[in-house]
Design a protein around this ligand. Structure first.
Ligand code: ADE
Ligand code: ZN
Length: 352
């Protein structure tokens, strides 16, 4: 019988373990303080008097109520340096959470619609990624997301605009308002991206039905599903996700704040993990949802009573589900095992 760690030891382990973050919208890492600093720098008028007034507007009832404020916050981003500063701040925070690899979503249409050149967006984020790899040793890659409330034609135009910078992002995703915008709306642009050799992911089953997850898998042919928590309503889908080991990038604090689950104690991540699904823990939009990746781990574990064996599985899944080569995955998994031994949690390795 494996011995249980104390609460304090488990928290220390969750913080210290090497992990990958696979679901982070970089615009969702903009803290209110940085929003106001950029607004001043760029002379952008905000409909909030100060940082406190903005923060007090962060009371969401569903995905759309969040997206309205999230797009307003992103309006302060105008120049390449703004994108650099935003990504640098996130990556510094990720390093302190022992994130060894981050795959970062960005929403170019939010910015190009305001006249910001595509190159300012991608070059700012890319330069911050490279500088952070050099300075702090964190590995990072960019994933361009299409806004699903806009048309497929606009997504195709966006892809064309990004093509001169094709070597600076590794994949594409699909985000924004889910209900009423099923994955199959973007079948042609995802087929183009597949032909270009880009990795493919999509948000599906955050608020939307299991049918959207089937469509993301079968029509878009995604390699990972972002959120995917509604899969639990469909037993055949659960069996497929487990059999094919399709990664789900789950975001517990996001699901709580957007009222996908009434509270973290009722989150279905423990059941999905128990059912053998390739589940990972991520932060989604940490500046808006009350915490970065380690707070997601800590609060979820405190609420559900999961222990070291689940921590090991979740960290391992995050490394396994990342879009890096096998040699780097193996090196990080060795670091993961060493971390669990150092914390006296080697039983969890055998259990995992
Ligand atoms: N864009 C930023 N966060 C998102 C989320 N949780 N769902 C869909 N689109 C998003
Ligand atoms: Zn998301």
């Amino acid at each position: 019988m494996p011995h249980a760690l104390t609460d304090a030891s488990l928290t220390a382990l969750l913080r210290d373990m090497p992990k990958a973050e696979l679901h982070i919208h970089i615009e969702g890492s903009l803290e209110p303080e940085l929003i106001f600093a950029l607004a001043q720098r760029n002379q952008v008028e905000l409909p909030y008097a100060d940082v406190e007034a903005l923060r007090s507007a962060y009371a969401f009832t569903d995905l759309q109520s969040f997206l309205d404020i999230y797009y307003a916050g992103a309006s302060v981003l105008l120049h390449e340096q703004d994108f650099y500063d935003m990504a640098r701040a996130y990556l510094a925070r990720a390093v302190s959470d022992h994130v060894v690899h981050a795959e970062i979503f960005f929403d170019p249409q939010t910015h190009t619609a305001r006249g910001v050149p595509m190159a300012s967006v991608i070059n700012g984020l890319y330069r911050a990624s490279r500088d952070s790899e050099r300075d702090w040793g964190i590995s990072c890659a960019l994933i361009l997301c299409f806004l699903r409330h806009l048309s497929e034609e606009e997504a195709i135009t966006t892809l064309a605009q990004a093509m001169p910078l094709r070597d600076r992002f590794i994949g594409v995703g699909l985000d924004s308002s889910e209900l009423g915008h099923p994955p199959e709306k973007f079948a042609r642009v995802f087929a183009q991206c597949r032909d270009l050799g880009l990795h493919l992911v999509a948000h599906a089953g955050e608020e939307g039905p299991p049918a959207y997850i089937w469509s993301a898998l079968d029509t878009l042919q995604v390699e990972r599903v972002d959120h995917g928590v509604q899969a639990q309503q469909d037993e055949a889908l659960m069996q497929r996700l487990a059999r094919e080991q399709i990664a789900l990038t789950v975001c517990p604090l996001s699901n709580q704040k957007l009222q996908v689950f009434p509270d973290l104690a009722q989150h279905n991540l423990p059941q999905m993990l128990e059912a053998g699904l390739m589940v990972t823990v991520n932060s989604d939009d940490p500046a808006y949802f009350g915490g970065y990746i380690n707070e997601n781990f800590e609060q979820l574990f405190a609420a559900t009573g999961m222990g070291a064996a689940q921590a090991y599985q979740l960290a391992r899944n995050s490394l396994q589900a990342s879009f890096v080569g096998e040699a780097r995955k193996r090196a990080w998994m060795e670091q993961l095992d060493e971390c669990f031994v150092r914390h006296g949690a080697e039983d969890a390795i055998a259990a995992g």
